[in-house]
Design a protein around this ligand. Structure first.
Ligand code: NAP
Length: 516
């Protein structure tokens, strides 16, 4: 087996790659509006109630029609997952890992197709879509290898007269609830980790990205994964998601999404219901209010570039996005000028055209929420430096927005906006900057721009976040290089893409036999 290596991104400066992408988008457009069933075992289930997924850059364009699963459909998926678990749990680890490696190969082959659907369904730019698929491939390759490592003989101290062993075994039926913003990577990462460890899964994708979830199911089917190991259930999170979270036969829940929903899941999963034999295991990865600290001893141009890229890539709709630039007073004005200039150069429009760097935000609710945060920022004394208004087009386009003079404790300094809005805060000095950075409920990503080694060491100790970077952007974690997950209200720090991750889906059985 080859050593794990991160998949490389598609180089769209090569005309042939651009042509392939354009063709893939055209092909996806010719397939818009199809209906997709639930997938429960080998059954394709349609229901009376349906919902539509739309293109955020072309409000009326229907991506696909999906089934709105009710409790009955959720129960059917649970029964199937329980049934299939009886055999799947004993399938050899090597065989389980092989399905992931096959799926990775298929994903590589379907790369442009998946990219194209992410561009249409989520409004991702080409590079962002391609990076999401590369990350999904990395998860498959990495977790496959990780499972083989966990299946090896585990080191134990042996005592005389006994033979001690330890095996990692699966938990049972898991509910995977995914967000729309990394529609393939996060969904694939959580699901593949759960299945490769021998669990069966009910996958509930976000109602804003069900098409990408369906593409993932097609890939698993092509890879030959036995039916019922992963069951695809679309529909409202607050109906079928909630039902499955509360279900007494649910053994674990793996969730990535907002703080509000994550905390509700933690609360509901903690209640023991009739017929429940275990304490549910819950992994929740939630929001962020990520900061980049800009110190006086740094190259301001590269700091501004890192901030702009981290704040506005995929319209700021990343849990890792920089929503706060905390700048020491000495270089504050100079930094503002630099950031405003770079921000105004960004192109906004439908991302089916390669030249548009930023696309639409995901839906009307998000658009309204982001606009109201911009107003709130101004009301509380913020100074608009760039953006702050819609961009042209028949979609939810918002110009990249920079609000300066935001004070520590202001609403837009504390709450996750999840859109293209950057708050710039002036700090008295470096120590003050760290204090401001830490003063939110979250603790996901952070970065520091400084050339001073002592200051770097200080931030290593004091800047409290799950993923900390120096002299680079705070987005773009690579599987196995930057295991990803946050502190405090950003989640349970599961460190996706790290060596500890699969343990969340396993339990250790310790066995000892008297010998001699
Ligand atoms: P969301 O609104 O919380 O939804 C996430 C998922 O939860 C969706 O599948 C949703 O289904 C489902 N859901 C909603 N209510 C539910 C309930 N009562 N019970 C069970 N499931 C329920 O989040 P989002 O808008 O998709 O994603 C954006 C958020 O995710 C941001 O806060 C972002 O920071 C966070 N995020 C965090 C990470 C990380 O690693 N920490 C990574 C990516 C994103 P419906 O779509 O049907 O409502």
């Amino acid at each position: 087996m080859k050593e794990f290596k991160n998949d490389s991104y598609t180089d769209f400066s090569i005309p042939e790659n651009r042509k392939k992408m354009e063709e893939a988008i055209k092909k996806a457009e010719s397939e818009l509006g199809k209906e997709y069933p639930l997938i429960i075992g080998s059954e394709k289930v349609t229901l009376d109630e349906k919902f539509k997924s739309f293109n955020p850059a072309e409000k009326e364009q229907v991506i696909g029609v999906f089934q709105k699963a009710d409790k009955e459909a959720g129960e059917k998926a649970m029964q199937k997952a329980l049934e299939v678990f009886c055999d799947w749990r004993f399938v050899d680890a090597q065989e389980r890992a092989e399905y992931l490696f096959k799926a990775a190969d298929i994903m590589r082959r379907k790369r442009f197709e998946i990219d194209a659907w992410e561009i249409l369904e989520e409004g991702k730019g080409w590079l962002e879509a391609d990076a999401d698929v590369a990350e999904a491939i990395d998860f498959l390759e990495f977790y496959g290898r990780e499972m083989l490592r966990y299946a090896e003989e585990q080191p134990l101290v042996q005592i005389s007269g006994e033979k001690a062993e330890l095996f990692y075994i699966p938990l049972g039926v898991g509910i995977v609830i995914s967000p729309w913003n990394f529609p393939m990577a996060i969904l694939c990462g959580m699901t593949s980790a759960a299945l490769v460890t021998g669990n069966t899964v009910i996958l509930k994708p976000s109602s804003d990205s069900p098409k990408i979830g369906h593409l993932f199911m097609e890939i698993l089917e092509e890879a030959g994964l036995p039916p019922g190991v992963v069951n695809y259930v679309t529909g409202s999170g607050s109906v079928v998601g909630d039902y499955l979270v509360k279900h007494p036969k649910t053994r674990f829940i793996t969730f990535t999404g907002s703080k509000e929903v994550g905390l509700r899941i933690v609360e509901q999963a903690a209640i023991t219901r009739e017929g429940q034999k275990w304490v549910k295991r819950v992994v929740v990865e939630m929001g962020g209010k990520d900061a980049i600290i800009v110190d006086g001893e740094t190259n301001l141009d590269s700091a501004a570039e890192g901030v702009v890229y981290s704040a506005f890539g995929f319209q700021g709709q990343k849990c890792s996005a920089c929503s706060r630039a905390i700048v020491v007073s000495k270089v504050y004005d100079e930094f503002l000028a630099c950031v405003a200039e770079k921000t105004k150069k960004l192109t906004v429009g439908p991302t089916k055209y390669y030249e548009n760097y930023m696309g639409a935000v995901i839906n009307e609710k998000a658009y309204n929420s982001i606009v109201s945060y911009v107003e709130k920022g101004k009301e509380e004394g913020g100074r608009l430096l760039a953006g702050g208004e819609s961009a042209e087009g028949n979609g939810y386009f918002i110009k990249p927005t920079v609000i300066a003079d935001v004070k520590p404790g202001d609403t837009i300094e504390q709450e996750e906006i999840f859109g293209p809005v950057l708050a710039v805060i002036k700090a008295k000095d470096y120590d003050d900057a760290i204090k401001i950075a830490n003063d939110t409920d979250y603790g996901l990503t952070g970065a520091v721009y400084t050339e001073n080694r002592e200051k770097i060491d200080k931030a290593k100790k004091l800047f409290h976040c799950g993923n900390l970077y120096f002299n680079r952007k705070c987005t773009g974690a690579f599987v196995a290089v930057h295991p990803f997950g946050g502190f405090n209200m950003s989640g349970t720090d599961s460190k996706a893409g790290g060596r500890d991750y699969l343990l969340l889906f396993l339990q250790a059985k310790s066995i000892s036999e008297k010998i001699g």
